[in-house]
Design a protein around this ligand. Sequence first.
Ligand SMILES: C[S@@+](CC[C@H](N)C(=O)[O-])C[C@H]1O[C@@H](n2cnc3c(N)ncnc32)[C@H](O)[C@@H]1O
Length: 212
Amino acid sequence: MTPDVMSEQAWDERYRRGDAGGWSGAPNAVLVQEVEQLTPGRALDVGCGEGGDALWLASRGWTVIGADLSGVVLERAAVRAQGRGLQVAWEHRDVLTWSPPTTTYELASACFLHPSGDNRPAVHARLAAAVAPGGHLLLVAHAPSHAATLTGTPFEGLPLFATPEQVVADLDLDAFDVRVAEVRSRASAGHGGHGGGVVEDVVVHAVRRVPA
Ligand SMILES: C[S@@+](CC[C@H](N)C(=O)[O-])C[C@H]1O[C@@H](n2cnc3c(N)ncnc32)[C@H](O)[C@@H]1O
């Protein structure tokens, strides 16, 4: 079952209060690291939030769909896109129930989406199914070590964090080559007083094999 704190209403309220995201407009460094050498094509960014990644991809020539559960944040992302003269198709979607078009995207990415444990394999399978032959799947999330920083927040105790091995186990390894599956450290300012300092992310980058 999806915990309430992950509902559309909860995300909308979080964004209205301004305690989700940083309004930096910057893409996730890990996305830049993993994607900057790729040839632009069609990209799907699920849980796109304020659109930092989607806008960076669009600025690099990708044709981008930014999908998110929160209508509030999608409106903000659209304003940002307009202000920067960038085209992104913003889609109001719940990835717990929505299946993106299959084998369509040269990049499907989800950064810090954090589907809860029982939903995670199905969500990852849907995102993987969206990747075109030769295309890339990028899944980035806080590492399990992040759970310790959430004491006293609504996220305390939720099964939101998985190891690289657990994320890889969600993938069909007959269809995907795993290029990266690791815990990567980075400096973070944190959110709302939580999670700052050096933090660990789980990074899984896989490529769909091209049928012979
Ligand atoms: C922690 S934010 C990450 C935003 C952005 N990817 C980033 O890295 O800054 C998680 C985002 O996932 C969205 N989200 C949560 N559950 C979702 C769902 N079931 N379907 C689509 N988006 C969802 C939230 O609305 C939120 O914008």
